[in-house]
Design a binder for this molecule. Structure first.
Ligand SMILES: Nc1ncnc2c1ncn2[C@@H]1O[C@H](COP(=O)(O)OP(=O)(O)OP(=O)(O)O)[C@@H](O)[C@H]1O
Ligand SMILES: [Mg+2]
Length: 354
């Protein structure tokens, strides 16, 4: 792919090795509390603890899946990383040009410079594309915003990207409504890749698409990742989607990470009762069967989370300690890269998918 280093300087990007084995992202102690305001004077009467002390990293070229029920805080994590939300606490270190920078400490100008290294891809390809803009302008908009390239170079880049994502370069002059949902998501991907990012946060990018189209878009994302050594934080409800694309998976419940494990390990050998419950609805022997999460009861109010382990009110294995003591996310003995926050993980033998 062609990469623009500065105005007018086109160079061919050298393919980086996939296993640089360095972290592109370190998230530490991340919290996002939304104030709950009431009354005429909008007094703050409490806080929604959407993200409540989260730690994780993503390696270069890696995909980290993020799963959890609706309202668990997945989108909030994504938005805090790119500072669409200002986090309440914590640090978000991002590696750019070999240097780790805490994004939360950058001023507007510095943040703008770093922003070209990451992008966000959203669930609904229609509402994230301006209906009154032609595809060419949609794709080149980020290049214009960052002042990269001449007009002619931007159009060339847009054409090349359209082909990369499986569309025709002469579709440049069309409008979003002339495309199907899957094609629109391809356009969203072309736009996200236009500034040659290293890291993409994919927030349920295929959830709104038909199952058959989902696979095509996932394949595309996977191919583009290999080609450009992209790192993904891949948010999804649908566990089958995350399994397909992720190297490691993180399960989130009520603002906290309850388990992080290598993808296969998590599927075959979950360590947290919540992960087991998430996997409960997956049946690999019934293709096309619903893989939606089946969990009894609803997620508690994040402004008033349960004491101890936040999952204890819905956990079939809960004991007294679970109501009283907050479990720490700790390394699982004997399984490299697996971490769980459960008092009983050593003694439980949970059911995964075979
Ligand atoms: N801008 C906001 N203002 C106030 N509360 C918010 C805001 N955005 C999210 N929340 C609250 O934070 C919590 C986490 O929301 P979030 O959207 O991150 O969850 P999610 O895991 O992405 O859910 P879904 O799967 O439905 O997309 C929820 O209780 C939500 O109501
Ligand atoms: Mg969300």
């Amino acid at each position: 792919m062609l990469e623009l280093l500065g105005k007018g300087d086109w160079v061919i990007t050298v393919q980086k090795s996939k296993n640089d084995n360095i972290n592109i992202l370190n998230v530490r102690g991340l919290k996002k509390y939304f104030p709950i305001q009431k009354g005429f004077l909008k007094r703050t009467v409490g806080y929604t603890k959407a993200v409540d002390g989260v730690n994780f990293f993503i390696k270069k070229g890696e995909t980290l899946g993020l799963v959890g029920e609706s309202g668990s805080g997945k989108t909030t994590i994504g938005r805090c990383i790119v500072r669409l939300y200002e986090p309440t606490e914590g640090s978000v270190e991002f590696c750019t040009n070999g240097e780790m920078k805490n994004l939360l400490k950058l001023d507007k100008q510095e943040m703008k410079k770093v922003r070209r290294h990451f992008q966000m891809l959203f669930q609904d390809p229609y509402s994230s594309l301006n209906p009154r803009m032609r595809i060419g302008n949609i794709i080149t908009e980020p290049l214009k915003a960052h002042g990269i390239g001449t007009y002619k170079e931007q159009i060339e880049q847009a054409k090349e990207l359209l082909v990369k994502v499986g569309l025709d370069e002469d579709q440049l002059n069309r409008y979003p409504h002339e495309f199907s949902g899957g094609q629109r998501q391809r356009i969203g991907i072309a736009r996200a890749l236009s500034i040659n990012p290293e890291f993409v946060i994919c927030d349920e990018p295929v959830s709104a698409l038909d199952v058959s189209v989902q696979a095509q878009v996932l394949n595309l994302l996977s191919d583009l990742q290999d080609e450009f050594n992209l790192s993904y934080l891949f948010i999804a409800h649908d566990l089958s989607v995350v399994e397909y694309i992720s190297d490691r998976i993180m399960a989130m419940y009520l603002g906290k990470i309850v388990e992080i494990s290598p993808s296969e390990e998590m599927y075959q050998n979950p360590k947290h009762p919540y992960t087991e419950a998430l996997l409960g609805s997956i049946s690999k022997h019934e293709p096309g069967s619903s893989r939606r999460i089946i969990l009894h009861g609803s997620i508690p109010d994040p402004s008033n989370p349960p004491s101890g382990c936040v999952f204890h009110t819905r956990c079939r294995y809960a004991r007294d300690i679970c109501k009283e003591v907050v479990p720490k996310l700790e390394a699982v003995k004997g399984i490299s890269g697996a971490f769980v926050a459960c008092h009983r993980s050593d003694e439980l033998s949970l059911k995964g998918c075979i």
